[in-house]
Design a protein around this ligand. Structure first.
Ligand code: ADP
Ligand code: MG
Length: 209
């Protein structure tokens, strides 16, 4: 059965965030303060470095918690605490399990989403990362429960996240910095939803047999 490697996920996340940092920054320049690409790049770079030195012998849940703590302590913007909380909650839900298989990952994403919602109190429709993470979580759970291979389940999750991110374009932001713009936030994709697509897609590049 396929499982996900936390270290490979974080490496894939860092790679894709680095490749797309300018794009994320442009999205955040339109409706925020233009730091989103840099925030996440700095954060995931620190996560990769931390895991490289400190994760030997740790089960996946502990690795996720370490990654989350590192994000919180290295990212100043809203996305640091939000993704940091997400990964810490995911890690706690995994507990001491030895591998991150489909059912464990579905539970972990549920816990991550619950953590983000608890911290930021955004709902679907508020034009935030929640608009991408919610459908991704639901799609992963549905595919895992239908018995799909994990690779297919993760593709479905990434597609659902992308659709969720596209759905933020016509929304008016009700949370975060973009909400200060009122109606002027309409017509732009939310940067946090866009980066969530990348982070979920990175899961699919972290599969091992
Ligand atoms: P900042 O807004 O502090 O500059 P970033 O630019 O790194 O932080 O991240 C902005 C993203 O964070 C937004 O695009 C949005 O997706 C997400 N975000 C902001 N506030 C919230 C919130 N309350 N709940 C969920 N996500 C949020
Ligand atoms: Mg910003």
């Amino acid at each position: 059965m396929s499982t996900v490697s936390v270290n490979a996920w974080m490496q894939a996340a860092f790679a894709v965030i680095t490749a797309e940092a300018d794009h994320l920054t442009r999205l955040d320049s339109a409706i925020g303060d233009g730091d989103h690409g840099l925030n996440l790049k700095r954060g995931f770079q620190a996560v990769v470095a931390k895991l490289a030195t400190d994760s030997d012998g740790l089960p996946p849940g502990r690795r996720l918690i370490l990654a989350g703590k590192t994000l919180v302590s290295t990212v100043g913007g809203a996305s640091g605490p939000l993704w940091g909380t997400a990964l810490r909650r995911a890690g706690r839900s995994v507990g001491d399990a030895e591998t991150l298989d489909g059912p464990a990952l579905a539970d972990a994403l549920d816990a991550a989403l619950a953590g983000v919602v608890e911290l930021g109190s955004a709902e679907v429709g508020d034009k935030t990362m929640v608009d991408a993470l919610t459908p991704a979580t639901h799609a992963l759970r549905a595919a895992v429960e239908a018995g799909k291979p994990l690779a297919d389940a993760l593709s479905a999750a990434a597609e659902a996240a992308a659709e969720g991110a596209r759905s933020t374009v016509p929304m008016q932001a009700r949370k975060g910095r973009a909400s200060y713009l009122g109606e002027r936030s309409i017509g732009h994709e939310d940067p946090g939803a866009a980066s969530t697509v990348l982070l979920i897609a990175a899961l699919g590049r972290a599969l091992e047999d």
